[in-house]
Design a protein around this ligand. Structure first.
Ligand code: FAD
Length: 329
């Protein structure tokens, strides 16, 4: 059996978990014992439960194991891992899979340690089933690594958006098995005690924008963004920035692009005054067309971009804006 840790939100099974379920189903086609079962940790609101079960059925899940336990209301990696290990051990899971979200990666690492098995994080493809060999993203997606997972049991997480969450041809009606996991006091020591709502603007505009204007240290300061914001406006896009910009407090964190920010895949990314460090590149490399504006012709962003203008962004961007205004008038 393949056991998938499923994360939920108020819309049911999260997209990244549905991707992990699709991945598990495809992987299972190459295994003798290919049933996919899901584990959901923590109580579910009454109205959410049928939605979660339906989403699992769409992914042909045979059984939903539900750790329906008040002690698991707030997230804690050790307690979640103990809950997953309970099911994996008592059902002889061949594989434990989760999505490559912060929670998925954290819990799976705990699970692998508790079961003393190998784990591969951020997997994008299975190259062979016997022996299990996978390709995975490392260094924020800048490099791919092939990894062989020896042993009868293994754990892996699936990189976000590496696979489509394709529903199964024949949906199932999953059997729901509620259980109370064995949790020690130590398992419950570390848990989330407070959450804060995201800033009003959020990141959705950035991640779904067809045009993103990027700004880095080259903006020069918190007051150096007027022309860049005007360009963003003229192109009907969103502003994305480098980590230097957010670390210096020039712009809010939700605008950050990169390994520790948002991953974007717009039709056009105009990267202004951004060197193109690997951690930034990890977040923007999926852009279909990249235009770099930079004073340094050798900056990695310039050498990797499809087009580049070598010059001071404070001269180039106003010139582009003036031309756009003429054309849009
Ligand atoms: P710099 O590297 O200083 O580059 C500034 C660029 O602007 C240079 O190329 C320069 O030639 C050009 N320039 C200067 N003046 C002008 C001008 N007037 N006109 C035009 N061009 C000009 N970074 C991210 O962006 N996102 C992340 O998610 C991220 N995560 C990280 C995670 C870790 C664990 C670590 C260690 C680092 C991370 N970083 C991230 C930081 C990253 O390594 C770089 O330090 C950062 O991306 C550099 O930002 P920058 O390009 O704005 O600044």
């Amino acid at each position: 059996m393949i056991l998938v840790l499923v994360e939920t939100d108020r819309d049911g099974v999260m997209l990244t978990s549905r991707e992990a379920l699709s991945f598990a189903r495809t992987l299972g086609e190459g295994l003798a014992d290919h049933d996919v079962e899901a584990v959901v940790v923590g109580p579910l609101a009454e109205e959410l439960r049928p939605l979660v079960v339906r989403h699992l059925g769409e992914q042909a899940v045979a059984v939903m194991h539900h750790a329906d336990d008040e002690r698991l209301t707030s997230y804690g990696a050790a307690a979640w891992a103990a809950s997953v290990v309970d099911v994996a051990s008592s059902n002889s899971a061949r594989l434990v899979i989760a999505s490559g979200t912060p929670r998925g990666n954290e819990v799976t690492a705990h699970v692998a340690t508790r079961l003393d098995i190998l784990m591969a994080a951020n997997v994008i493809a299975v190259d062979s089933v016997e022996p299990l060999t996978v390709s995975r993203q490392v260094m924020g997606g800048g490099v791919f690594e092939e990894m062989r997972l020896e042993g009868a049991v293994a754990a892996l997480t699936v990189a976000g958006h590496a696979v489509d969450p394709t529903p199964a041809g024949e949906p199932t009606d999953p059997e729901v098995r509620a259980y109370t996991p064995v949790l020690t006091d130590a398992d419950l020591l570390t848990r989330v005690v407070r959450t804060e709502a995201a800033e009003a603007e959020g990141t959705s505009a950035l991640t779904s924008a067809r045009v993103v204007v990027g700004a880095g240290r080259g903006a020069g300061g918190a007051d150096g963004f007027d022309d860049l914001l005007e360009l963003t406006d003229l192109l009907g896009g969103a502003l994305g920035v480098s980590r230097v910009v957010t670390s210096l407090g020039w712009r809010p964190h939700h605008e950050q692009v990169g390994q520790t920010g948002s991953r974007i895949s717009p039709d056009l990314y105009v990267a202004c005054g951004i060197s193109g460090a690997i951690q930034h590149w990890a977040g923007c490399q999926s852009a279909k067309t990249i235009l770099a504006i930079n004073t340094d012709a050798d900056a990695p962003m310039v050498t990797k971009a499809h087009y580049a203008v070598i010059g001071d962004l404070h001269e180039v961007v106003p010139a582009i804006n003036a031309e756009l205004k003429l054309r849009l008038a």
